[in-house]
Design a protein around this ligand. Sequence first.
Ligand code: EPZ
Length: 423
Amino acid sequence: MSVWHIAGGNRLEGSTTVQGAKNAVLPIMAASVLAPCETELLNVPMLRDVDTTIRILRGLGCSVERAGDSVNIDSGYIARAEIPHSLMRELRSSVIFLGALLARCGSARLSMPGGCELGPRPIDLHLMALRALGARIEESGGELICSTPGGLKGAAIALPLPSVGATENAMLAACAAEGETVIMNAAREPEIAELQAFLVKLGADVSGAGSATVTVRGGFAAPERVGHRIMPDRIVSATLLAACAAAGGEIELRGVEPRHFSTVLHSLSECGCDIMSNGASVALRSDGNLKAPMPVITGPYPGFPTDAQPLMLAACLKARGTSVFVENVFQNRFRFTEELQRLGARIHTEGRVAVVTGVARLHGAPAVATDLRGGAALIIAALAAEGETDILDSGHVERGYERFDECLRSLGADITLTDTKGP
Ligand code: EPZ
């Protein structure tokens, strides 16, 4: 158990680079299993989720070396196509290994990934897509026992909704499917294009990522070695900008792709922040006195990202007027608002809608991080509050934010992270 201790009231000033994208590196690490080769990944963030993925790769028989922000994976030998239940529970998104293992080994055994703090996290679309490619998937005793008795065959897959994970799993399995696979209503997130870029380096014939239709022509010969630098994390970028908007100040993010979070920039600009961006950096200036933006309505990319909703909501707690948030992607993504109310926030939630009434001030208070982005939202609110806040965290924030305390301190925040060595 860790405690984030924040003394609110400091403005944020300065510039920083942004870590590699968690939601890009995880599927790419799974994709490294597709073929026997050595993969060198650069700009890999130091996160709990990355550590868990490294343990999964080693459990499969890969050798994995980490040095700073680089991770080297040798997938020359796969000893087993199974992921233990304990690791599946630690990282539900490890279901992404299903497509890669079916492609490489023709079989896979892993437990059903549990739900999480955001509500149920079904994988029915993943299984539908993989079955369309010829996979036989039996669900028994909470386990998925998968095989490809007749091999994987290309297919036309129409996703009922543009699931990021299902799109990624289908892409990975399709790389080993005979013939052409067309994934329709594919997710369009930047992380999908990043995965495609890696697969092309691996020798696979993948195109269309970023649009609603991704095409894969199966069968490829991988090079002995492949290298890839992970794109910057657009949600961490949004987090830092929201923190500066709330606390006041002026920060610059270097080495980012502003177009990947343009909807967030637009809402922050509506709040009254000054935003200056060019191809690879973005700067935000705020006096901390914000006004309510137009309603923030989340949706699949290029809509407002669901992961940035808690961050934007926290930035609006003191905004003049009433801010409205509609969460269309996950069922239960407002739990963190109960914790924000301990700091004096006025928030009413009804189903998928949260209504924030701006307050003149927030005050420090003890609180608990309920999930990854909810925990980050609490930190943002504490930075803008008067007094001291202690946030109890069972490791949620560190799943997605690399040395977040150091990063915020470098920008002038009064924040420390203590590991209480508790359960
Ligand atoms: C990815 O999750 C991200 N995680 C999430 O980031 C992100 O919030 C989400 O995409 C949406 O952008 C990673 O990339 C590791 P989905 P994923 O499949 O793939 C439903 C974070 O904070 N659905 O696009 O699980 C699902 O219940 C995390 O970094 C089905 O019904 O998201 C949800 O309502 C949180 N059946 C919606 O689709 C399925 O088979 C979107 O889920 C799959 C999904």
